[in-house]
Each structure stands twice: as structure tokens, then as C-alpha cells.
Ligand binder design. Structure first.
Ligand SMILES: [Cu+2]
Length: 153
């Protein structure tokens, strides 16, 4: 029951956000830039120099300042890709609040969340605006090490 209610809410959110993103398409891979695949089924946990990572491919994405990225959920589950601000390593417990479920932000330095990304859908386009190491993760599966890193240089 609770799950069903939640699913309806997230579907409503997803359709809302699809209409409010400055005309940039938000579904089916139409977003621009370097694609980070979101799939906890296929991308098994692996070590990185930043710690264990699962669910994102690649687990560490290196991109140039001035370019763009986006996330595409190819899984059959809902995920998020949400920045963990102001950290130099992955926090041990989940750093996220319910705000992660709403799409927000369009650059790395200002913070972002894909919002609840339904199966098959893509995030907004995110500008790589400032060099740095950016940690992010999934609201739903942080405890399963669904985490990744973007290195902007
Ligand atoms: Cu997830």
C-alpha cells in the first residue's frame, strides 16, 4: 500500500519535471553530454580509489570543465543521482533527505539531484562548471553502496 502511494507520487513528480526544464528533453537519452549509466542490477559493486561503488557506470567519470553530463536509468528500478555536497569521501550513513526525490540543480558546483529517475528515463543536463571531485549517490540504495564520483578537470 505504502509503496503504491509512493509510486503514484513519484510518477506525478516525474511528469511535472519533464515540463519544467527549460525545454531540454528529460527522457529517453535525449539529454546532452557525457552519459553516466544508472543500473544497480548490471553494475555490481567494485572498489575505486574513493571507496566501494555500485550502480553507476562508470563508477568514476572524468570530464572536462565546460562540458556536460547526464544520467540515464537503464534499470527496472527507480534511482536517483544526487550530489553529496562538501565532502572529500563517502559518508558512512546516507547523507540524503527527501529533497533528493525532486529534480534540482543544473551544475556540479551548485549541487544537483536527478530526482526519482524512473526506469528508462534520463536526468536533466548538468554543466561541469568548476574543477573538483564530486561525490554522488542514490537516495534509495546508498546503503548498498550505490555511489559514484565525478572528477572535473
Ligand atoms: Cu538506486
Amino acid at each position: 500500500m505504502r509503496n503504491k502511494l509512493w509510486l503514484s507520487a513519484s510518477l506525478a513528480l516525474a511528469s511535472l519535471s519533464a515540463c519544467t526544464n527549460g525545454g531540454i528533453p528529460t527522457s529517453n537519452g535525449a539529454s546532452g553530454g557525457t552519459k553516466i549509466i544508472v543500473n544497480l542490477t548490471l553494475n555490481q559493486q567494485q572498489p575505486t580509489i574513493y571507496g566501494l561503488s555500485a550502480g553507476y557506470a562508470p563508477p568514476v567519470t572524468t570530464v572536462a570543465v565546460g562540458s556536460q553530463i547526464f544520467f540515464q536509468n537503464t534499470d527496472s528500478f527507480t534511482h536517483t543521482a544526487t550530489l553529496i555536497p562538501n565532502v572529500t569521501q563517502f559518508p558512512s550513513g546516507s547523507p540524503f533527505t527527501g529533497k533528493a526525490l525532486t529534480q534540482s540543480g543544473n551544475n556540479l558546483s551548485g549541487g544537483f539531484s536527478s530526482g526519482a529517475l524512473l526506469a528508462g528515463s534520463s536526468s536533466q543536463t548538468i554543466s561541469v562548471d568548476k574543477a573538483g571531485t564530486y561525490f554522488f549517490g542514490c537516495f534509495f540504495h546508498y546503503g548498498a553502496n550505490m555511489r559514484g564520483v565525478i572528477v572535473a578537470q
